[in-house]
Design a protein around this ligand. Sequence first.
Ligand code: FMN
Length: 498
Amino acid sequence: MAYRDLRDFLAQLEQQGQLRRVSVPFNVERGRNELQALMRHLAQTDGPALVLDRLEGYNTPGVPLVFNPYGTRERTAMILGTRDPLEAKLRHVKVLQEPGSWIKPTLVDRARAPCKEVVIPRDQVSVDRHIPHVFFGREGSSYITGGVVVTKDPETGVRNVGAYRVTSFWNCEHPQGGSYSEEQMKKQLSIFAFWNPPMNHIGLHLARAQKLGRPLELAIACQVDPALHLACATGIPFGMDEYDYAGGLRGSPVELVKCESVDLEVPATAEYIIEGVFRPDVPTDIIGWHSNSVGYYDKHQIFPIFDITAITHRRDPLWYGTIEMMPPFDHNYMALLPVEGELLADLQRKLPEVKDVVVTPNMTYIVQLNVDGAAKPHPEFGKYVLHAAWGAAGRWPRTAKILVVVGPDVDPYDLEAVEWAIQTRVQPYSDIIINRSAQAMVLDPSAPKGPQGFPTTSEQMGIDATIKVPERFSEYAEVSQADPAQVRSVAAKLAGIL
Ligand SMILES: Cc1cc2nc3c(=O)[nH]c(=O)nc-3n(C[C@H](O)[C@H](O)[C@H](O)COP(=O)(O)O)c2cc1C
């Protein structure tokens, strides 16, 4: 299974009744847009993916907007060829655990690269005309949210491809009443490369380039095969290439083409490519308000600026837009599947009793075991799993503020079931571990801010919601619950009646 590009995935969604083409007008202007409300409505109703072709206040009316393609766990699982979230996660885990199964990309001629159909050199680039702009909520700037960003380590030459948001200054409101220069608005962009320092890899490349006093080239491939996007949202170890991992996930190599103005390679079937370079002194500027993934506005954020050196795109390109806001929102699930996969891969390597890891859109972590009660390997095993999860590799697990361990009879995707397990299997003083000196999720507004202006440390709570046999009891009450097969058969009897 491999999608050739985003279009191929959208065709699959449409075939499965999960995508609608909609000509209802929606406003996308700064200050007047309806896109945050549309995102909320779709999330509340488990709505489909949309392709919107009648946007108002839009600078590129001929470019349709893809909206909400990843708005459910099911659609996100479809990126990996299944509708089942656990099956998708296990595929992600298997490839992550076996770098031998990764497949190197191939290079194709530019004549075979749809992303080269239109080429705009630097002297002709004008961000207001050449990059679609959609605004969300009360955000001050428009973001490029469908991009994967390619850079090479200035010391080793090893490539990194990461999913990071890119910001435009065009028609951007300055959060402190200042202004942006004409050059900034028309020929420059900025990127969210300093987030949770120093753990995103483009941030490491940028720091190395700055230290060496060298420029850092970059290329942003917008709207690519979603399996590649998923690979680029996965925290594979620094120094390994996401294109190779994506090849493993797809089961076939990613086809690349050389850039026009920088020494980098980009996916040939992307919709848009933006090429650019960070100057050695890495100028920065502030943007804001910025709506963040924990559901609050940051009054401002500091982003490094780069110069655009070329833009290429398809003749009839598609755009994709998404916002971070109070969860859930579209790309929650696309960003969470890799986080779940990374933690599951790490835990299963040492603990075969771990069956699944679910991270909710609000980033509560739930680890499900395939054993409970007396079948656990040793007493207090749930607490051992809590520590193992906090100590797992990767960027995210150490920031798990609320972490719950449950047994196999508790559905980790169902928060009511998890709450039931907490109510009936947990004594707060004995079964909850409070860690007072953990790493913060830097966007958490409840964690105290450090001297850098953002939180670095946070408190955490780990809840062992397994059955306390043998720790406290020799046997436990039987669960009163209907047999799922019988529930299905009763539902079938009532089909068309109720
Ligand atoms: C749509 C989307 C937007 C994201 N935006 C950012 C971002 O702006 N900055 C960031 O550091 N991580 C962002 N992430 C998460 C990173 O992609 C993820 O942590 C990934 O592992 C980073 O790659 P790296 O480990 O090579 O740095 C985003 C993920 C998704 C799916």
